[in-house]
Every structure is written in structure tokens, then in C-alpha cells.
Design a protein around this ligand. Sequence first.
Ligand SMILES: O=C(O)CCC(=O)C(=O)O
Length: 271
Amino acid sequence: MSTITPKDKEAFEANGFHVLRAAVSANEIARLKEALARMLLTPAEHPYAKNLADAPEIATSPPNNPRGVWAAFNLQLFDDIFWDFAYHPAIALAVDALIGADINLYETASIHKVPGFPNNYRDWHQDSEYSDPQSDDRNVTVITFLDEMDGESGATWVVPGSHKQGALPHILPSENLSSKAKEVKDKHLCAPNGVAFAYQPGDVLIFLVRVVHKSGANQSGELKSSIAYNYCSRSTLDLARINGFVGAYLPITRNGAIYRPGAPFLNEAKP
Ligand SMILES: O=C(O)CCC(=O)C(=O)O
């Protein structure tokens, strides 16, 4: 059973986001952080290292993130725990209640903000810029905060209600120091309306794929990490075969429960 109430769902449709507090336990956070710490030490020559986007220009080679990785993709390639995590009941059932019924995995990623991570490195954008064309927009980004964060120490910023504007034009950033990833053309219009919240490890931010959002600066002295997974509704179709992520479209929930491969089909097949 999810904790999402009809009021939560109504607010989610109006604002485009929902904050799920204390969804992931301290023990789970510790295990995820251990696996991410190992992933950040992946040497550049490793065959899977191309899944790690580094930012050596903002990282001063700290021992816990020597290549200055700021984003990582296809996390299941690095540790099975990231595959298990896609099925985290508190998160998956909340997403099912918000955008389902029935959700599939869309993408797995993590974000790492070194001390001094700039305010506009990953600036205002819609994730739908990377998933369109889809048959509908029941696709969400789910940020699980692994460290204490707020808007000045790495938390994600969102523009409430911005999903209602539809797909906005995006351009490449003009700043020299940036992720070089596409951002909203008129981003100066987004900034005054952006909000960020204070998060504890284990809190989760869920937002629709057309919600304009950005990475917060990290003015703290510590590395701040979060996990960013995307899920879509089972009925959401990828119209141009855009999604090549590992595990894309595999079932996560069915009939209001976590999907378990083999059940009941294999049980029924027993002699
Ligand atoms: O930093 C965040 O939490 C959001 C990152 C993000 O939006 C992105 O990389 O597309």
C-alpha cells in the first residue's frame, strides 16, 4: 500500500511534484552510499566508465571522487543493489499511485555535487527534452537524497506548476562552465519561480517529466549525492525508440504491488 492520499495526488497534478519524507531507511542509505563510493572509484579505462560523466574543471580530485564524476548512468552495471533499488516498495508504490496504475522503469542515474558545484552547472530544463516524443507525459524523475541537502547544498530546484506549459524550447548553455546539457531557452523566466526544500537522507522528490528543474549549487564543504531514477506509466509509449538505458521499460509494479518475475506464472507451471 502506498502512503499517497487523494489530497497528495491532487497537489501532485497541480504542482507537478511530490515530496516523500523518510522513504528510505538509514541502513538502506548506508548500503547505497557504499556502492556509489565504489562506483566513483571506477578507473577511466574501465569498459563501463563511459557511463560516468566527469567534471574535472570543478573537482579538485578529492579522494572520494577522484575524477570529479557529477552524473552516472546505468547504475545496475556497477552493483546489483541499484537494480534492487528500482523496486524499493515505498518509492515504487508511491510512483504507481501518482502516475500509474502500473509503472515501468525508464532510467537509472546518480548525481554527485562536489564542494563548490556551481549554481548554473546543470541549469533549468525539462527531462522530457530527452524522452520526447512519448505517447503521454506520465513519466517522473525520482530523486532520492542520500545526504542532508537544501537549495544551497545540492538539492534539486523545481518550478511548481511548470509542467502545465508543455514542452519548452531548449538550447545549449552559453556559459563556459556548464554541463553542456540542454536547458530552457528563456531560463531567466524560470529562476524567480524556482523553489527548493530541505531534505534529510532518505527523503525523495518525485516530479513529472515536464517540470522545469535544475541542480542546486553545493556551497557546503562535502560531496552531496543523490540517486535519480525515472519511471513511466505502463501505457506511456516511446514513439521514436529514444530510450536505450539498461533495464528500460521492465515492469516495476503491477496491480498495485511490486512486480515479481515468475510469479504467479512459474508457480502455476509446477507439476
Ligand atoms: O541535480 C539534480 O538533482 C537534478 C539533476 C538533473 O536534473 C539532471 O541531471 O538532468
